[in-house]
Design a binder for this molecule. Structure first.
Ligand code: 13P
Length: 229
């Protein structure tokens, strides 16, 4: 069971230090945090593995605004998200670029959480499986690869997928690629346990509720309870 906190574009270095002054990951579950690039070195060495939110596919080069895997490894970063829907929606990230990022990061020795998920319109059109199939078709299973299923309509909206819907999507993802699958989208302390109890849900990628110590610790504790079942 893995709980990953995606801090998105939140938390300065000072706020990161304040978080770790209070946060103690509960035993019985794996926890990682994904701070913005500028807060990574304030997060490394605080007892919780640190992942980046994105990583470039080249080792170095003229790619303004990008960061390479080697640069992250030098800071003590252990993994990276790729293909988050906010990258796809706001920054034109394509399936091809996501594949390049994932492969380069894995080759460099980082763990990778590759994010997939359908928009509300795609679900209403009945295209969920086609979208997931296309997004996953560019990824190959790897021992350090995890997929995060994050339905776009559930991100930051308070509209969580029902446990049944999450289970159904995770089963479909696992029929296409044999890797652990995290659920993401409005995971909160009061819904985490029922989602994490689904047999094909291997953990959660948590946005808003990972920013405060209390709710994030409560989600990690829910994962530890489920892992014991
Ligand atoms: P929320 O938990 O804020 O809905 O965000 C989910 C997410 O995008 C995690 O990557």
């Amino acid at each position: 069971m893995l709980i990953a906190g995606n801090w998105k574009m939140f938390k300065t270095r000072a706020q990161t230090e304040a978080f770790f002054a209070e946060f103690r990951p509960p035993p019985g579950t794996r926890v990682v945090v994904c701070p913005p690039f500028t807060s990574i070195d304030a997060a490394v060495g605080r007892g919780v593995p640190v992942y980046a939110q994105n990583v470039h596919w080249e080792r170095e080069g003229a790619y303004t605004g990008e960061v390479a895997a080697e640069m992250l490894l030098e800071l003590g970063v252990e993994g990276s998200l790729v293909g988050h829907s906010e990258r796809r929606q706001h920054f034109g990230e394509t399936d091809h670029a996501v594949a390049l990022r994932a492969q380069a990061a894995l080759d460099a020795g980082l763990r990778v959480v590759a994010c997939v998920g359908e928009t509300e319109e795609e679900r209403q059109r009945g295209d969920t499986e086609a979208v997931l199939r296309a997004q996953l078709s560019v990824l190959d299973a790897h021992r350090n690869l995890i997929v995060a299923y994050e339905p776009v309509w559930a991100i930051g909206t308070g509209k969580t997928a029902t446990p049944e819907l999450a289970q159904e999507a995770h089963t479909f993802v696992k029929s296409l690629i044999d890797v652990p699958v995290l659920y993401g989208g409005s995971v909160k302390p009061d819904n985490a346990e029922e989602i994490l109890r689904q047999p094909d849900v291997d953990g959660a990628l948590v946005g808003g509720a990972s920013l405060e110590v209390g709710p994030f610790a409560a989600i990690c504790e829910a994962a530890a309870r489920v892992a014991k079942l």
